[in-house]
Design a protein around this ligand. Structure first.
Ligand SMILES: [Fe+2]
Ligand SMILES: [Fe+2]
Length: 334
């Protein structure tokens, strides 16, 4: 068993109702939408982001190839976890691919089994391709899986993972939000507002980071205005998002947000006081691996200073972060 498993896995709470720490009033308020995880080193909390795994993409046309890609992707998940040794990983959506023929539940069951088998506490946010006939059953599956920190069962996929020190002190909070198929909507914004309000009542705001699948519209703005550093391979697919979510995230105290969805973008920049960061697309079954190599992104948080660093990781051990002035545009010219 990996070191990370010993120190972290057993500390993962179930996604059942948990009690928040803080003031007696807050402590008394049992909420279903918070899960808690004790981390090993309060000065360097490690969160590994996987995104766009896309299990079962292309299964109808090329079933053998799809199966092979699934195997390779699972191997990559293990390699990346072995290299990063995070306290937890967060999978930011498009874990599987659609619900054609009503097979979404079967695809999800395979995917959940893989994640639960990795031996590291984990969180999940919904992607536009994570489709099912029965989402209530989906919430239940994620909530009850081994090692899962998923606490969105009663809040439609919106929840908070509280990362805590040995004595239960609040170090950082991961706001996991459901961007559905159109981007963050009123439900996600309302959840963010009310969750922040409840958590604020429990004591000073710790470092807060948001995780969701579909980027907010300002991801496009920060590339266009020249402030973003990294690589862009496609215009931002912000879907129906209309710039109204970012002020809510900022007001809720989120220092940074991490997303997926656009497989060939890996860049970041600050907008409205929030650092907008793309994850590194992970699954070899998803498009774009020949443009931006598949991998993961590791965030190392220093809660006391409310700072963090990130680096993109590839399964072969390569690490990448953009240089101070690096802007690489590999979009097809129209
Ligand atoms: Fe995707
Ligand atoms: Fe997507």
């Amino acid at each position: 068993m990996r070191d990370v498993s010993r120190r972290g896995f057993l500390a993962a709470t179930s996604a059942a109702a948990v009690t928040m720490l803080g003031t007696p009033a807050a402590r008394a308020a049992e909420v279903s939408w918070v899960s808690r995880l004790k981390v090993s080193d309060p000065a360097a909390v490690k969160v590994l982001q996987f995104t766009d795994v896309h299990f079962f993409s292309g299964i109808a046309k090329t079933p053998s190839l799809e199966k092979h890609r699934r195997r390779v992707t699972v191997e990559h998940l293990k390699q990346l976890l072995d290299a990063a040794k995070p306290d937890l990983f967060v999978m930011t959506g498009d874990l599987w691919c659609d619900n054609d023929g009503g097979r979404g539940a079967e695809y999800m069951a395979f995917a959940v089994e893989q994640l639960a088998g990795l031996g590291v506490p984990w969180a999940f946010t919904w992607g536009n391709h994570d489709q099912l006939d029965d989402f209530a059953a989906g919430h239940k599956s994620f909530a009850e899986a081994k090692g899962s920190l998923y606490a969105g069962r009663e809040s439609n996929g919106n929840y908070v993972v509280s990362l805590e020190g040995n004595s239960g002190e609040r170090l950082a909070e991961l706001f996991c939000l459901n961007s559905k198929t159109g981007g963050l909507d009123a439900e996600a914004r309302d959840f963010t507002k009310s969750a922040a309000k409840t958590l604020d009542a429990a004591g000073p705001r710790p470092l807060r980071i948001g995780a969701f699948h579909i980027p907010v519209r300002q991801y496009q703005d920060v590339w266009d205005d020249g402030s973003a550093r990294g690589i862009i391979g496609e215009n931002v697919c912000f879907e129906e998002e209309d710039r109204s979510s970012l002020p809510v995230l900022a007001e809720a105290g989120l220092t940074a947000v991490i997303c997926g969805h656009d497989h060939v973008n890996d860049y970041s920049a600050v907008s409205g006081g929030v650092d907008l960061i793309y994850g590194r697309a992970t699954g070899v079954g998803g498009y774009g691996g020949e443009v931006v190599r598949k991998g993961a992104k590791l965030y190392t948080l220093n809660p006391a200073r409310k700072t963090y660093e990130w680096v993109s990781l590839l399964p072969d051990g390569t690490k990448w972060r953009p240089a101070a002035d690096e802007r690489k545009d590999v979009r097809e010219k129209e």
